[in-house]
Ligand binder design. Structure first.
Ligand code: 48F
Length: 260
């Protein structure tokens, strides 16, 4: 059979359009395909939720690809290792309580589990705004990242979501938009994003789990974004907190849906 370029083009456009149309309304929309977002997507999809992840970059993995300073190994503590075990990711004990894993194996495997469970990753798409109805975030406003990067004057599109999860890392991008554009108080001491503090691995890892919660109607926060929102410190290249936070946010959303 001779391959036909036009058929290839039609296959891509048609299949992508079907996929995108199907995911214009989702149970949970996750912003950011870093470790916390990918883990959350897996547990939500596994529980039968319709989940889309919007990721600005072409690549998934956020800050986990690069390990520490581009040495592509990650460190996890005992509880973090238990999450890597769920994904059957190889770990090696370094010293008691410290385990290492290959950063690329970790990212690709978690993403593989998440997508096979049904979560869809829309890469190269940036979330630039939210939709709010009756004092609740009900969706995301998205655009192609190259449009954003080039500063083109093109109107975005909107996705409907039962819940939104801000896993945008240090930048708190969804929360910052809410803060800037909506009369909505965040569930922090100041009612606003408090901003991350200097690096303190032990404290930050504990706080990441504690700070993983619902932050305003329709929006949950997880991963580094949770610590940055509540004024917690950064943790550097230890990733257990990110993985545990992703699992916790999925459990919170599943529990809330059950009680609705
Ligand atoms: O930063 P990131 O990896 O978030 P995380 O899951 O993990 C943090 C760690 O990597 C590390 C750390 C712990 O050791 O402190 O930094 O909390 O991934 C965030 C992802 O969100 C994307 C961004 O490109 C990255 O891949 N992102 C950020 N803002 C947007 C976005 C946006 N507005 N729209 C779409 N994607």
């Amino acid at each position: 059979m001779e391959l036909n370029e036009i058929t290839i083009t039609k296959a891509i456009v048609e299949r992508f359009s079907q996929k995108f149309l199907e995911y214009t309304e989702v149970d949970t929309a996750i912003v950011g395909a870093g470790p916390s977002g990918l883990v959350a997507a897996y547990f939500l999809a596994k529980a039968g939720k319709k989940v889309a992840i919007f990721e600005r970059k072409l690549s998934i993995g956020g800050g986990m690809w690069g390990g520490g300073m581009m040495f592509n190994e990650i460190v996890v503590q005992e509880e973090g290792k238990e999450i890597l075990d769920i994904f059957d990711i190889n770990t090696r004990e370094y010293k008691p309580g410290y385990y290492t894993a290959d950063a690329v194996e970790s990212v690709t495997t978690i993403c593989s589990y998440a997508t096979k469970a049904g979560a869809k990753v829309f890469n190269c798409m940036s979330v630039e705004d939210v939709m709010i109805r009756e004092n609740r975030v009900t969706g995301l406003v998205i655009t192609w990242s190259p449009v954003e990067a080039a500063g083109l004057h093109v109107d975005p599109l909107t996705i409907g979501a039962g819940n939104v999860v801000d896993t945008t890392g240090h930048a708190n991008e969804v929360l910052r938009v809410i803060e800037r554009k909506a009369d909505m108080k965040l569930n922090t001491k100041t009612g606003k994003v408090m901003g991350e503090r200097s690096l303190w691995a032990d404290k930050a890892e504990r706080l990441t789990i504690e700070n993983t919660k619902k932050i305003c109607p329709g929006v949950f926060v997880a991963g580094m974004s949770a610590n940055a929102a509540f004024g917690g410190p950064r943790m550097g290249p230890i990733f257990g907190g990110m993985l545990l936070s992703g699992k916790k946010v999925a459990e919170l959303i599943i529990a809330e849906d059950q009680n609705r």
